[in-house]
Write a protein that binds this ligand. Sequence first.
Ligand SMILES: [Zn+2]
Ligand SMILES: [Zn+2]
Length: 209
Amino acid sequence: MKGLVTLLIWLLVSTTACTQYNKDVVVAIQPLGTIPQTQIDLVKAAIDSVYGLPVKVLPTKPPFEAAYTPLKGNRYRADSTIAILKRTRPDSVDYIIGLTNFDICITKYAADGSIKKPEHKYTDFGIFGLGYRPGPSCVVSTFRFGSFDTEVAKSRLAKVCVHELGHNFGLPHCPDKKCVMTDAVETIATVDNAELRLCDKCRAKLDMD
Ligand SMILES: [Zn+2]
Ligand SMILES: [Zn+2]
């Protein structure tokens, strides 16, 4: 009986888990709206430097109309966007990173399931990025990173992409404030304080050598 239960659990886990991180997974960037080539190259270089993975670039699409929310201006729901990316991802791609210059948002909820207070702030709340953990898709927006004439904006883009892809690979937030998997806790300062690298504990979780 115990063996059967173990087998059933194993079947459940093995059929629901997506491809785990390894050197053969295929990662692709899906530009949503026009993204400068310099920003795409920067994301490719960051993912290669942290995960040792090459990155494909898919043909540009406009941001998804179904994710648009008029409430606070030109924002796109990040949760809807990653759901659409998951559904429409090409079979040849294991992980897809939506990259956009438009503002993206989610609604933040309190522990009791109600919208976090003040409600007007946390409904369609603007964010840097969002990714399933684990899962095949994430989205990152450059909208809140400042001017790309500065090194700091470039570094933010690199770190947030590596962070969201880390969630897709199954990594949770990390207590090490220098680790790229640290929780941004609603402020860009935590992103700036982190480094473009995974700490040893996060690397061990991915079985990286
Ligand atoms: Zn995160
Ligand atoms: Zn870490």
